[in-house]
Design a protein around this ligand. Structure first.
Ligand SMILES: [Zn+2]
Length: 522
């Protein structure tokens, strides 16, 4: 059973919505810069559970928080450091957008990120953290947390071993003088106001030194994040919310938030779905600055169904690892094509279920799985100036393409071209050598190429025939397979590896192949 069915089934069988009617599913992201693709895993897991519950006829709502009320704690490397340094420590909503046209920094990066959700077919109902604070919806939780600060300190100590001194309060005050929240320290609460000093120095910024008291309502303060997390579960009424593996350890932030939720706010925490990382080239979120690691970069690489497969194909307990500049891109296409083949053969199993879930819900009833040319082949043909993709596709399929197959081919070609121009590694780049490359061939190699030339001189051959002939030559000459194939690729592509040799040769102009082989054995 696929993870989404397993989890949705468990929710259906063991849980009741808090309001007795609709399950509320929630996820959030702090918009501190360009969002790493790892955060898409949460978007997709919550989104798919929502879709599957709907399929089961279970009412649910998916809400996504664009968190614009955390402090701007570091300047991403792709932004002008000088321009942004004065804003360090401010809430994200108070930091200017890197480009005009957006209300603030969080909105700018939020727009890019939600665009990626849309491409992957997820459409949660969005809200901002500031909406909840400014409207006063968080006030009752802020009040409780301040009144019970001692208990929160104890929970932190007991659950995560973190020591806070007796004046510590679970809120960050936004300084009335300089507008920063990372520079302040709240030290006492008298039931109406919170006393604070603005004297901490994050990085190079100089704290303003302001001291004052502030009524902690309507966004004047923000709960420290583990209490904030627990408070939102109650404020929003969350039934289902998973978290990344990094938050889900014993004593980790989820554990602390669970304790705060139960003890301080008197609410059972939401149904949890801890999930593994989405790695990029074997690396975690920490290296989020690299090219190809953002949600947008990854989404640009794939059509929607493939991007969904990348996000939902693995069980949530397994890591995802995709390297835009590695073989994982063609491999993902191969995986998708395998699933499609199963669907065309009429199989009804986990694979066809997964294929269906890669489609948007409205397309699942009349599931289409058109034949597709392998991504690797598309990428190769696109680089061979003498080949026409449409003809090669007909040849590969063995019959004319349907309209749907033609459309699928065009789309795949667009993505293959983009990949070749951006991330594709050298081993996927082919250049047919117009002139005979400089290669020193051994007698055995010459003998093998000579035999191949003789075989072709007798007439045109199909890919299958050439494939069989090459394999015969291994014993006939005899020659090591590696030596034979390397020679072939050297002579035509000036490299040691290439696509399937028989079909590759059959796809080249016949006279050109005969002539080149002749030159090589001279
Ligand atoms: Zn200040």
């Amino acid at each position: 059973m696929l993870w989404a069915d397993r989890i949705a089934g468990e929710i259906r069988d063991t849980r009741k919505p808090r309001d007795g009617k609709t399950f509320l599913i929630r996820d959030e992201k702090t918009l501190s810069g360009r969002v790493h693709v790892g955060s898409m895993r949460g978007v997709a897991i919550h989104g798919l559970i929502s879709e599957v519950l709907s399929e089961y006829g279970i009412a649910n709502e998916y809400r996504y928080e664009l968190n614009d009320f955390d402090p701007f704690d570091s300047i991403p490397s792709y932004l002008d450091q000088e321009k942004f340094i004065e804003h360090l420590g401010k809430p994200l909503y108070a930091v200017p957008s890197p480009e005009s046209g957006f209300a603030n920094y969080a909105e700018y990066f939020g727009a890019e990120f939600t665009g990626v959700h849309k491409k992957a077919g997820f459409a949660p109902a969005y809200y901002r953290a500031t909406e909840f604070y400014r409207s006063g919806k968080m006030d009752t939780y802020v009040k409780t947390a301040l009144e019970r600060a001692k208990d929160i300190r104890r929970i932190l100590k007991e659950t995560s071993g973190s020591d806070k001194d007796e004046s510590w309060l679970p809120v960050s005050v936004v300084c009335e003088n300089c507008g920063k929240m990372m520079t302040t320290r709240a030290h006492d609460y008298d039931g109406e106001t919170v006393g604070y000093t603005c004297d901490r120095s994050p990085d190079e910024t100089v704290p303003c030194g302001h001291t004052g008291r502030v009524a902690p309502w309507k966004g004047a303060v923000k709960l420290f994040w583990k209490a904030d997390w627990a408070a939102k579960w109650s404020a929003v009424g969350v039934d289902i919310e998973g978290g990344g593996k990094d938050h889900s350890t014993r004593g980790g932030s989820r554990d602390v938030a669970n304790h705060i939720s139960r003890e301080i706010f008197g609410a059972e925490p939401p149904f949890d779905m801890p999930y593994e990382f989405f790695l990029v080239g074997g690396r975690k979120m920490s290296s989020s600055k690299g090219r190809g690691t953002s949600a947008k970069d990854m989404a640009d690489l794939f059509p929607p169904e493939l991007f969904r497969l990348a996000l939902i194909g693995k069980d949530i307990r397994e890591q995802i690892d995709i390297d835009p500049s590695g073989e994982s891109v063609p491999r993902l296409y191969d995986w998708y094509d395998e699933l499609a083949e199963g669907v065309r053969e009429g199989k009804a199993d986990d694979y066809s279920r997964l294929f269906a879930l890669c489609e948007l819900p409205e397309k699942r009833a009349a599931l289409m799985a058109p034949w597709q040319m392998r991504f690797r082949e598309v990428a190769f043909v696109l680089q061979m100036p003498h080949l026409a993709l449409a003809e090669e596709a007909v040849r590969a399929k063995g019959s004319p393409l349907t309209e749907d197959e033609k459309r699928a081919l065009e789309e795949r070609a667009r993505y293959a071209k983009f990949w070749l121009a951006t991330y594709a590694p050298e081993e996927f780049k082919y250049e047919l050598q117009k002139e005979m490359p400089q290669v020193a061939l051994s007698d055995v190699q010459k003998k093998a190429l000579g035999a191949l030339a003789d075989y072709l001189q007798a007439g045109k051959r199909t890919g299958e025939e050439l494939h069989l002939r090459l394999h015969e030559l291994k014993t006939e000459i005899p020659i090591q397979p590696k030596e034979l194939f390397q020679t072939m690729y050297r002579v035509f592509l000036n490299r040691d590896s290439g696509p399937k040799a028989g079909w590759f040769l059959a796809g080249l102009p016949h006279d050109f192949v005969v002539e080149r082989l002749g030159e090589a054995i001279k």
